[in-house]
Design a protein around this ligand. Structure first.
Ligand SMILES: O=C(O)CCC(=O)C(=O)O
Ligand SMILES: [Fe+2]
Length: 191
């Protein structure tokens, strides 16, 4: 599935989702705030747009689940996958994640809605060439196109190092509680 994104229900069991939701809620009061207002390009390949959300790197259950998620993802993409990092994300009203690529060491990611309300994650396949000029007119506080993946349908497996993606501003009263597993490919940094 190189260069694509796919809803893959087999990535996380219902019990794992429930356990991680409880854990994510426990760590919400100590979550950190990410508030990036500028655009930047890292190492000439990673576009990073503005973003505003909360996150937590805490969570023993999530750390245990990430090994299993990597093994399941490996079966789907048919390459050796290793867990690199994972975190809980919380989007409150007005929070968003601007257009970006994931970091080079995480070419593949598994993204799971644990609870709350959430709009779609929008994945763009068009803009491969990267320049600030090309993206600076992309205002993350208004709605944008892209292939829209509703995480209510199941976990998303995404080549996020290659495909730019974004989340429009959260409009619901209930926050979206999401877990992301950033996955590497053994022996290489991008697919
Ligand atoms: O909010 C999401 O659904 C995706 C999060 C994401 O793209 C990231 O953490 O890099
Ligand atoms: Fe991402």
């Amino acid at each position: 599935m190189t260069g694509t994104a796919l809803i893959a229900p087999s990535l996380v069991t219902e019990q794992e989702r429930r356990d991680m939701l409880v854990e994510a809620e426990v760590h919400l009061p100590t979550a950190s705030r990410s508030d990036r207002s500028n655009w930047k390009i890292v190492d000439g390949r990673q576009l990073l747009g503005p973003a505003r959300f909360s996150y937590s790197l805490r969570g023993d259950i999530r750390q245990q689940v990430q090994r299993r998620v990597a093994d399941r993802a490996a079966k789907l993409v048919d390459v050796p996958v290793q867990p690199i990092q994972s975190n809980y994300l919380y989007y409150f009203r007005g929070d968003y994640l601007g257009l970006h690529h994931d970091q080079a060491r995480c070419p593949l990611s598994a993204i799971v809605l644990l609870g709350g309300d959430a709009g779609p994650l929008c994945v763009h396949s068009e803009p491969r060439a990267i320049s600030i000029e090309q993206f600076s007119d992309f205002d993350p506080t208004v709605e944008h196109e892209g292939s829209r993946f509703m995480l209510q349908q199941g976990p998303l497996l995404l080549w996020g190092g290659l495909l730019p993606h974004h989340r429009d501003p959260h409009t619901a009263v209930r926050p979206a509680i999401i877990v992301t597993f950033c996955l590497g490919i053994e022996g290489q940094s991008s697919p």
